[in-house]
Design a protein around this ligand. Structure first.
Ligand code: NAP
Length: 307
């Protein structure tokens, strides 16, 4: 199937372009970006022109930051195209619900991707936790924003999510692997005095079985990043590390090998199946937790941030 990639920036170049190139399902037939392009692929600066010029491209993948994404998704659905959304699927929950309604009415497929859910060990962690009694779960997501989002001011602008941009990846795993839903009960959000989004957060969650569930996010970690979820249960302790790429139970590493390699190849495999099958795959649970943190979080002003 022909696909167009929209928003040729960091994630498009790092992950989407190689995943599409390696896939037997997809041919990158066009890009749409004001500045970026991909060698050998017809490049458009304007989305409406591409939609009009290239009716055989039935699928578009939107790799823009969350705030501008809604307008592009709406335009694509109106033009009868199937749409794949980078995470988070929108800047607000209402936008996401509106897109789902539009896609349903237009009978096109809509896929809200959560790349971290495709990490190697997420299915194994989910399977192991399914019949255990949870006692304590700790999410620790600490990285250096200067390394992972160099100069990307949009992450610190309203709607850019701040430290919840990586934090929502942790939440996408958490909401996938836990057999019961949790919900946020309190949060502390650290806002640099010169920025509109938080640079660190501490969140507590209600768990129906009484387990203690907490999440610590930090964007000023100077050293090696930590992307870890640790779950203490009645039958041992599970540790998911490296953003879901490694797993151990009571210190013993899980060595099972998943099939297709890589988060983004799996996302594009899912999208190919969704287009064939038709329908909407849009789980908003991770974004709901972020919205709750912004609703309920106690705001603390911290030192200004400069790149
Ligand atoms: P980015 O490089 O800053 O932006 C992607 C592209 O979007 C830009 O190159 C720009 O292309 C276009 N764009 C930016 N603002 C725009 C606007 N207001 N209107 C229209 N186009 C605009 O961001 P990114 O890091 O790739 O992240 C994009 C999305 O992927 C985010 O939702 C992020 O959470 C997600 N993601 C990022 C990473 C990562 O490691 N960076 C990992 C996984 C997921 P033009 O200027 O050429 O139009």
């Amino acid at each position: 199937m022909e696909i167009a990639l929209v928003g040729i920036g960091k994630i498009a170049q790092d992950q989407h372009v190689p995943a599409i190139a390696a896939s037997p399902d997809w041919e990158l037939a066009a890009t749409v970006s004001r500045h970026g392009s991909v060698a050998g692929v017809p490049a458009y600066r304007d989305f409406a022109t591409m939609l009009e010029d290239r009716p055989t491209i039935r699928v578009v993948s939107l790799c823009l930051p969350p705030v501008p994404r809604f307008a592009y998704a709406q335009e694509a659905i109106r033009a009868g195209r199937h749409v794949m959304l980078e995470k988070p699927p929108g800047a607000t929950l209402s936008e996401c619900h509106a897109l789902a309604e539009m896609a349903r009415a237009a009978r096109v497929s809509l896929y809200a991707t959560w790349h971290s859910r495709q990490a190697d060990k997420v299915p194994a962690a989910k399977a192991w936790l399914a019949d255990k009694t949870l006692r304590r779960l700790t999410v620790s997501w600490r990285e250096n924003v200067r390394q992972w989002h160099p100069g990307q001011d949009w992450v610190f602008e309203a709607g850019g999510l701040g430290v919840f941009d990586p934090g929502i990846n942790a939440l996408s795993i958490l909401t996938e692997i836990l057999p019961v839903p949790v919900h946020l009960t309190s949060a502390r959000l650290d806002f640099p005095e010169n920025r509109e989004t938080p640079i660190a957060a501490q969140c507590d969650f209600f768990h129906p079985g009484g387990a203690e569930v907490t999440m610590a996010l930090d964007w000023l970690e100077p050293g090696t990043p930590t992307w870890t979820i640790e779950a203490e249960t009645d039958a041992g302790t599970l540790r998911l590390e490296n953003g879901g790429g490694a797993m151990s139970i009571d210190g013993v590493a899980d060595s099972s090998l998943p099939g297709l390699a890589g988060e983004y190849p799996r996302l594009y495999d899912q999208m190919a199946k969704l287009v064939v099958r038709g329908g909407i795959d849009m789980d908003l649970a991770p974004l709901r937790h972020v919205a709750d943190a912004f609703l309920l979080g106690r705001r603390v002003t911290v030192a200004p941030f400069a790149w």
